[in-house]
Design a protein around this ligand. Structure first.
Ligand SMILES: Cc1cc2nc3c(=O)[nH]c(=O)nc-3n(C[C@H](O)[C@H](O)[C@H](O)COP(=O)(O)OP(=O)(O)OC[C@H]3O[C@@H](n4cnc5c(N)ncnc54)[C@H](O)[C@@H]3O)c2cc1C
Length: 407
């Protein structure tokens, strides 16, 4: 029961890291709580820079073989824009990462299972239906867990926390999680039987008191998200909630949404309040955190998967090159700056798309008008698609924010 590495949480980050490290010959124990991966309304859209990270990790071909679906264009609708003009200005998505056709969509449960299978195929000891108990860190790390009715204790020089927002490893390490105030409600639903929609085009838009995002998955299936004000918590609650949610997509400023509203709900409707968070550090003696466990970006940008793949690449790089006690300080420095930039980008996007009423509408109208003259105003969007390190640092300053959102 002694391993080179124990990974707690076999979702995106945990399974990917276990696969990559097992491939290098390390003995890896991967502990996953669930028996099957279910639709928890989690990320199904990987930004082009995240796809590039998956390629660098040698995992992209598996995602494609599991049904990964590339999107190649983007349209921003808005109540202040003519829909035909919005469509005429469709943004091609194949130019943001070299050799990447555009964002990649794949169902989150399929994505997790594909990576878990990869970890098994590469030689990790990967267990499901595990209840993790005591986690000891420091000089002699260990994890106590129950599997198949038996309590076990496993030891390794390093425990990886990859179990998402409620990380046990983070708690065992005594690392504080700082969370921003929530900005808006955000809910997602998988929709089937969507006829007459461009399967390669993603869209976003805001009208009245509702904002939406749509991501076709192929074969008449679309993952949709909606955002609305924090003051209306129960707006889509109850058994009729999914139907009311789809009806909210019927917006004159986005005529293509009619096909979505006429589709059939194909999964649960879960609502989350959107915010950003950050752990005080993503490492402690005997532990390192990856993915949401280390802090997350507001899902308005859809970057949690890309962030997690980059975490896996950097952490696996450190583990591969360093014997003895790995030094995760460079990871902490890089991640802090990456998350700082993405937080600023998320605040801009949420300020533009997920605020409602006349002042917000006027702000968006002015933004779209000025952006046509000065595309630099939309550089936070380039950070989302190409990666936060690809745009000048001034995009993430209060001055830029004031230029985009007004004083
Ligand atoms: C509404 C919403 C929409 C989103 N949309 C997108 C999007 O479109 N694109 C995008 O990139 N990101 C999106 N995200 C974010 C993205 O889903 C996450 O950032 C990403 O899944 C994080 O990966 P992870 O591996 O850290 O955690 P997870 O994918 O959450 O995996 C954690 C795993 O740990 C397991 N686990 C939990 N506790 C334990 C335990 N005690 N013991 C053992 N195992 C445990 C869980 O069962 C799970 O399998 C969205 C998030 C939300 C809330």
């Amino acid at each position: 029961m002694t391993y080179d590495l124990i990974v707690v949480g076999g979702g995106i980050g945990g399974s990917a890291l276990a696969a990559v490290m097992a491939r290098t010959g390390k003995s890896v124990l991967l502990l996953e709580k669930s028996t099957v991966y279910e639709d928890r309304v989690r990320g199904e859209w990987i930004a082009p820079w995240g796809v590039a990270e998956a390629k660098r990790l040698g995992l992209y071909d598996r995602l494609l073989a599991a049904g990964g679906h590339h999107l190649t264009s983007h349209v921003t609708y808005d109540e202040t824009r003519d829909p035909a003009a919005a469509e005429a200005g469709a943004l091609p998505l194949g130019m943001f990462a070299e050799g990447v056709a555009g964002p990649l969509c794949i169902r989150h449960p399929v994505h997790c299972q594909t990576l878990f299978d990869a970890a098994v195929a590469m030689g990790a000891t990967a267990l499901r239906d595990v209840t993790v108990g005591e986690i000891v860190l420091g000089d002699a790390p260990s994890v106590t867990y129950v599997h198949d009715g038996a309590e076990q204790i496993a030891r390794a020089p390093l425990i990886v926390g990859a179990e998402g927002r409620q990380s046990l490893v983070r708690r065992a390490a005594g690392l504080t999680l700082h969370q921003d105030r929530p900005h808006h409600w955000f809910a997602g639903l998988l929709v089937d039987d969507v006829a007459e929609i461009d399967p390669l085009r993603q869209t976003i838009g805001t009208e009245g008191d509702f904002a939406f995002l749509t991501f076709p998955q192929g074969n008449g299936r679309v993952r949709v998200y909606g955002g609305w004000s924090l003051s209306d918590k129960a707006r889509f609650a109850g058994t009729e909630g999914p139907r009311r949610f789809l009806d909210a997509f019927r917006l004159p400023s986005a005529p293509q949404n009619e096909a979505i509203a006429n589709g059939s709900p194909a999964g649960p409707l879960f609502a989350y309040y959107n915010n950003c968070s950050v752990a005080e550090r993503p490492h402690a003696p005997g532990a390192v955190l990856i993915g949401d466990a280390a802090g997350w970006n507001d899902p308005i940008l859809g970057l949690g998967l890309s962030i997690t793949y980059r975490d896996v690449r950097i952490v696996s790089g450190i583990l591969k090159t360093e014997g003895g006690r790995p030094d995760f300080r460079p990871y902490a420095v890089e991640r802090a700056e990456r998350m700082r930039r993405l937080r600023a980008a998320a605040e801009l996007q949420a300020g533009l798309d997920m605020e409602f009423g006349e002042p917000a509408r006027e702000r968006r109208r002015r933004y779209h008008e000025e952006c046509a003259e000065d595309p630099a105003l939309g550089m936070h969007g380039v950070a989302v698609l190409a990666g936060p390190e690809t745009v000048p640092p001034d995009v993430f300053t209060a001055e830029h924010r004031a230029r985009v959102l007004g004083a």
